[in-house]
Structure formats: C-alpha cells, structure tokens
Design a protein around this ligand. Structure first.
Ligand SMILES: [Zn+2]
Length: 417
C-alpha cells in the first residue's frame, strides 16, 4: 500500500503533530462535557479539577479514569441521562450490549470512526460485503455497516449464524468482502469444501475485517490460505467505537486518528512509560456520550517502530489480556500473558500456573510447571526474570500430578490484615 493511500490525512501525521491535534480535541471534549455531562462534572469535582487546567496531555492524564467495569452499575443507578450531554432523543440510536450496558450512538458522520480501519484493511468503493455480526440490539452489525457505506461499499446484512444461507449468498452473489469473526469464516470455509465447492473460484471474497475475538496468527494464516484472502482485524468497544486497527504490514494495530489512547497502571490509572504493558485507557473525540479516559480493562503496550505503510501513528501490540487478571507483586505487575510467553519458549512445559502468597507478610511468586521431558530450570528462571522482572520459586509438578486444563493462569492467595 502506498504511503499516500490513507483514508484520512491524520493517519500520516508525525506523533508530535498528532499530540498537538489530540490536545486540542481533548480540550474541546473536556470543555463540552464539563458544561453538559453530570457524570464528568462529578469526576472533575472528585479530583478538585477545573476543565481549564488541561494545558498538556499530562494534565489530561490527571483526570480520574472511568472504569468500564463500573459502567453498567452506574447506568442503572444514575440513569443514561447522567452520562449524556443532550436528551436521549437527540441521539441516532441506543443499543444494549450484554451487561446489560447501554451504548448510545450520536448523529455525527462516521460516528464510531471505523471508516479508516476498513480502508486500511483493503475495503474500497464498489466492494460487496457480507456482514455477519448481529443487527439486533447490540451495536456490532450497524456500527460496522455504516463505515462501509461511507467508503462506497454495498452491504448484505446477513447477520450471524445460518451458515447454509451465508454460503448460498457467497456463491450466488459477487461478494468481495466479509465482516465477522474468523472462527465463523473458518466454519463456512470447511462447510463449503464439504459441499464440493472450490474456494478459489466459487467464492470471490478477497478481504475480511474481523473483530470481537482473539485472532491467533495460526488461525489467520490458515483461513487466509483457505480462501486466498487477506484478513485484518480492528480493536474497539461498544462504548467508544474504533480504537486501533491493522494495516497491510501487520505488526500491531495503528491507533485510530479519532481518539486518544493511554497505556496506564490498572490500579492508579496513571500513564506508564512507553513500551510497558498496562491497561488501555481511551478517549474518543465525540461529545454526545463523553467517554473521557474510559479504562477498558484490556491490556496492551505501545509499539513505536516505523511502519512501511507510511502511517506515523504508533501501534498497540494486540490485546495481551485483561486487567482483572493481573496482580502487583513487589511493585511489578504480573500479567498471565507475559508468563505464557515465557512458558512457550520451553517445549517441555505443557502447562503452567502462577501462584501468589505472602508468608510472614512478604510477597512470594511461585510458578508451577507441568513437564513432558527435561527442563533447564535456570534457563527458565532467567527467561522469567527477563520478562516478568521477578525471581520466582519454581515448583515442578511430580510425575502423575496435573494442572487442570481450565485452571486459572494466576492464583492470588495473599492475605492482608
Ligand atoms: Zn502500518
């Protein structure tokens, strides 16, 4: 993809230019919310902050985060109006996600900001796209259909399930794009092969945009090869819309031009040094339902390598776990995903689990390992210290003993008080 082939000019602005633009957008969003949104006004009051003190991005980061895990409860206690800057009737739509969580949609063009993500994935005017996310109550189907219209694509609102009907549509219409989950696309491919179809000639889909589930590279490669197509993923939530998306070059997901993203300490909400893993805290530049510093509960880290696609925005290194599964030990966060990375480096480790306790009030971290074969314990320890920054007790399970397949990755048995 040529460097000029971007949907919005902001995609190729250097990070210094981006940060200046972002600061202006944040000031606008904060000022509007402070005037019109009860929830945000209360949050500023709780930190004894006035909206005019946002002089820098650091000032902005002092606003206490709004935790996604509190949203459903707060909506029930306070009502949706408490979060809105105008009456609910001025919105375009109100969805409900499992939780139950209400997701208001404002009237602005490309409100959820997915158009640049679809463009980066390869969707273009004239594409015929089969949408397999749900249109009923939850926002996925409509949220992802609107940007396709903006790009000039036509959409078949197929919705989820009905694999026979989906395949019939794919083989009788010149469908060029797919939107949905990779696991579903794989099921459709396998079914088509069983029916004797040739995926290279009977199906004309060449581009897929996927979301809503983890995408292992092995699954991407398998399904791309199966259909002879390109699969790209986006990351966002039903509250804020698009946060980041993959380009042709992969290697992470570029931050969207329509929001500010911080990687923060999951406990304090303060930004972490660049490159560290922490919670994704996002602020979209929309004002109808101000989600200012929404702490998503998702973990990631920033990758700032230059990208050959020409976009200058940094990337998120994928979603590396959930903040709820993390624990702080001796001042260091322990993320199950980091431990899994270490375990994957040693072929003989078949299962692992991290256990935390605090005998005599001192934190202790133990890695339980189930082995098939020999392990160089000191090499494992060195790799663990390199990634997690803590020296663990290594507990190798005796032969015959097993960790359950669904055992939690991290068990925190520390006692306080
Ligand atoms: Zn790129």
């Amino acid at each position: 993809m040529k460097s000029t082939d971007h949907y919005r000019p902001q995609e190729s602005e250097p990070m210094t230019v981006r940060n200046e633009r972002v600061l202006g957008e944040l000031r606008r969003v904060v000022r509007h919310a402070a005037e019109h949104c009860d929830e945000f006004r209360q949050r500023l009051d709780s930190a004894s902050m006035a909206p005019h003190v946002i002089g820098t991005l650091d000032d902005f980061s002092k606003i206490p985060p709004l935790r996604k895990k509190d949203l459903a409860r707060l909506q029930q206690e306070k009502g949706l109006d408490w979060f809105l800057t105008a009456p609910a009737g001025s919105l375009r739509r109100v969805y409900q996600s499992p939780g139950p969580l209400l997701d208001p949609e404002g009237r602005g063009e490309d409100y959820w900001g997915w158009a640049e993500a679809f463009h980066a994935a390869g969707f273009r005017s004239g594409d015929l796209v089969q949408m397999t996310f749900s249109y009923h109550l939850t926002p996925a189907g409509l949220m992802l259909e609107e940007p396709l219209h903006e790009l000039g694509c036509a959409v078949i609102p197929a919705g989820p399930g009905n694999s026979d009907v989906q395949l019939e549509l794919m083989t009788t219409l010149p469908v060029t794009g797919f939107v949905g989950m990779t696991s579903f696309l794989k099921i459709l491919g396998e079914k088509a092969v069983k029916q004797g179809l040739d995926l290279g000639t009977d199906i004309t889909m060449r581009t897929a945009f996927v979301a809503a589930e983890r995408l292992p590279e092995s699954l991407r490669t398998e399904v791309e090869a199966m259909f002879g197509m390109v699969i790209r993923q986006g990351y966002g939530t039903a509250d804020v819309g698009c946060i980041a998306y993959e380009c042709s070059e992969l290697g992470g997901m570029h931050l969207s031009s329509r929001c500010h993203v911080e990687i923060c300490d999951p406990v304090t909400g303060e930004p972490l040094p660049e490159g560290e893993t922490g919670e994704v805290v996002v602020t979209p530049f929309t004002t109808d339902y101000p989600m200012i510093r929404l702490a998503t509960g998702d973990l990631s880290r920033i990758v700032s390598d230059e990208c050959a696609c020409g976009r200058k925005t940094v990337k998120l290194a994928g979603i590396l776990g959930r903040a709820d599964d993390t624990a702080k030990v001796k001042g260091q966060f322990v993320y199950p995903s980091q431990v899994a990375e270490v375990a994957a480096m040693f072929d003989s480790v078949t299962r692992h689990q991290v256990a935390l306790d605090n005998p005599q009030g001192r934190d202790r971290i133990t890695v339980k390992l189930q082995l098939d074969g020999d392990l160089d314990v000191e090499a494992f320890r060195a790799a663990f210290i390199g990634r997690v920054k803590l020296n663990p007790v290594i507990d190798i399970l005796p032969e015959g003993a097993e960790l359950e397949a669904d055992a939690p990755a991290l068990v925190d048995d520390r006692e306080y008080g």
